[in-house]
Design a protein around this ligand. Structure first.
Ligand code: FES
Length: 568
């Protein structure tokens, strides 16, 4: 028998019966029960990690995409073998999808490693699926191509273009403020998400698709093609072909996900004004390759990376416009002087070689600006630290109100999501537009598992009076499709006794985006008194995945991976 390291295709990673020849014979026999012939079983195998689900609207076109991937694999001379892993549909998971990202990453890593495949195509799209698949792929380190499902097309409502989910929030805020009726909100509900695919703006899913391409793990110009566009199927077919070509080289994920490609991806995230969630996910993906991202790294790059892309939630356009405008190739070409052009990509070329073939490509400058005339000369995200967040916090400055970015105000505190829901619309709530809304106990170790609750609603009485934005602070996350002067991922989190847990109504809080500072202006002796009076942390979950999660999840600033999954 061949040594394990030299086995390919169906003979890889044999089941252990203490007799390898018997295991190979039994496997071939059972494979033949599925109708495979000897010739097919002699080929190299490309696994296709397939993630459709009745609970994942964003992946509803995956069966058609799968056929295109298979076509590419077969055309290049290998055997395509689809296999399932869990699928995470953003709005169908409780308490929040982030809690299950690491579970999916473990599923991907172990199934890619345990099953006989020489390369893998990873099909993902909805927010947590792409980071989970990339995390698993980096750890398994089998040659891999990331294939995203692509964004939804926009819908129409009374002549207006609508796209999930920025417009979902815009209309909901108007409904809360009494500007949209019950009938209208019902009509809008049916027109926000009208095709297969991921959210139609530069939310978390689209940001992660762009990051996958910037890392070099996905095909050139694959991030933005809409889910229902023929380009998406051509990309799927070519992803299958590419996976087969990787087998001969081989180029494994850890040769692609390097310090240089991670820095390129961070640059792209900043130039897109991408989702704050992507900082967590990129940190986790990099951590699987032993690469650390710090807030200093983020701020250093943010200071010198212009915002080039004019997309919602911070700009005017949708993902389908981005694709038509030139997509990621246009962004990377503009950023080229700032990028590591020697970073390797999944097609076997360096980023520089890829971009050298772009000369003469059309770019719509209303959507993708030139570096000389950016939307902003500095990146869309910054890290903050200070006495309220000693280990860091995040602000999407591109989505913030400029007048609020240097602000001092009185804290109005909500101790939990339940407390927020119970009191935010109370007509007697003591709150003004200049106050700072503070949400505690919504971080990764809280029972809520770090939901996208950082976009605290404007109190109804202020919304009705026309207030559109306030400074809002929490240890929660925010949807990539949301906007406002919102400070997120405060670390250490309140559930672990961080300073956020010590804030009380009426305290003064100071935000200075220019100094990257977020401070609680309370006497340290008073804070020590409050700390001594803090209630004990909630009891650990008694069993199962929740217990594993609670015991091992890392802070937001370290990517919320499990401590035992990160590469030392
Ligand atoms: Fe799947 Fe937005 S709900 S990407």
């Amino acid at each position: 028998m061949a040594e394990e390291s030299s086995r390919r295709g169906i003979a890889r990673g044999l089941t252990n019966y203490g007799d390898p020849a018997f295991a190979a014979y039994l496997r071939r026999s059972f494979a033949k029960s599925m109708g495979y012939g000897d010739e097919a079983l002699a080929k190299p195998i490309v696994g296709i990690c397939h993630t459709p689900s009745g609970f994942n609207n964003c992946h509803r076109h995956f069966p058609e995409m799968l056929e295109a991937v298979k076509r590419g694999v077969l055309a290049e001379g290998a055997l395509p073998v689809p296999f399932p892993v869990i699928s995470l549909g953003e709005v169908f998971l409780s308490p929040t999808s982030l809690k299950f990202r690491n579970l999916m990453a473990m599923d991907v890593e172990e199934m890619v490693r345990a099953q006989p495949m020489d390369a893998v195509v990873l099909m993902g799209g909805c927010d947590k699926t792409v980071p989970a698949e990339l995390m698993g792929a980096v750890s398994a380190n089998v040659p891999a191509v990331m294939l995203v499902g692509g964004p939804m097309m926009t819908g129409r409502y009374r002549g207006e273009r609508l796209g999930a989910c920025t417009d979902c929030r815009r209309f909901w805020a108007a409904y809360r403020g009494g500007k949209v009726s019950d009938t209208e909100i019902g009509e809008i509900e049916g027109n926000l998400a009208v095709t297969a695919g991921t959210c139609a703006v530069m939310g978390t899913a689209s940001t992660m698709a762009c990051i996958a391409e910037a890392l070099g793990m996905a095909l050139p110009d694959s991030a933005a093609a809409p889910a229902v566009h023929a380009d998406r199927l051509r990309i799927a077919e070519e992803s299958g072909r590419t996976a087969v070509r990787l087998i001969g080289k081989p180029i494994a994920p850890r040769e692609i996900v390097t310090r240089k490609s991670v820095e390129n991806a961070l640059r792209v995230l900043l130039a897109l004004s991408g989702s704050t969630n992507a900082v967590i996910h990129l940190t986790a993906i990099a951590g699987r390759a032993g690469i650390r991202i710090t807030l200093d790294d983020l701020n250093r790059l943010s200071a010198e990376t212009p915002v080039l892309v004019d997309l919602k939630p911070t700009g005017d356009h949708y993902m389908e416009d981005f694709h038509a405008a030139g997509g990621m190739g246009a962004v990377l070409a503009e950023l080229a002087p700032l990028l590591h052009l020697d970073a390797l990509t999944v097609i076997g070329e360096t980023l520089g070689e890829r971009l050298a073939r772009r000369a003469g490509h059309y770019v719509n400058r209303a959507v993708v600006r030139e570096r000389a005339s950016p939307l902003s000369p500095v990146g869309g995200l910054i890290g903050l630290s200070g006495s309220l967040a000693p280990d860091g916090a995040l602000l999407k400055r591109a989505a913030a109100t400029p007048a609020l970015m240097e602000h001092e105000g009185r804290a109005v505190v909500f101790s939990s999501l339940e407390d927020l829901a119970a009191r935010i619309d109370d007509p007697d709530l003591d709150v003004t537009a200049d106050d700072v809304l503070v949400l505690q106990n919504a971080g990764p170790r809280s029972p809520s598992g770090m939901p996208e609750a950082g976009y605290l609603p404007i109190p109804r009485k202020l919304a009705a009076a026309g207030v559109k934005d306030m400074v809002r602070i929490s240890d929660a996350r925010m949807s990539g499709t949301a906007f406002g002067t919102i400070i997120l991922h405060v670390t250490p989190e309140a559930a672990l006794g961080g300073p956020l847990a010590l804030v009380r109504n009426g305290d003064r809080i100071a935000l200075s985006a220019s100094r990257h500072a977020i401070d609680l202006l309370v006497d340290p002796a008073e804070l020590a008194r409050r700390r001594a009076a803090l209630p004990p942390p909630p009891a650990s979950p008694p069993r199962g995945y929740s217990r594993l999660y609670e015991r091992t999840v890392l802070p937001a600033t370290e990517g919320c991976d499990f401590d035992f999954l990160r590469e030392p």
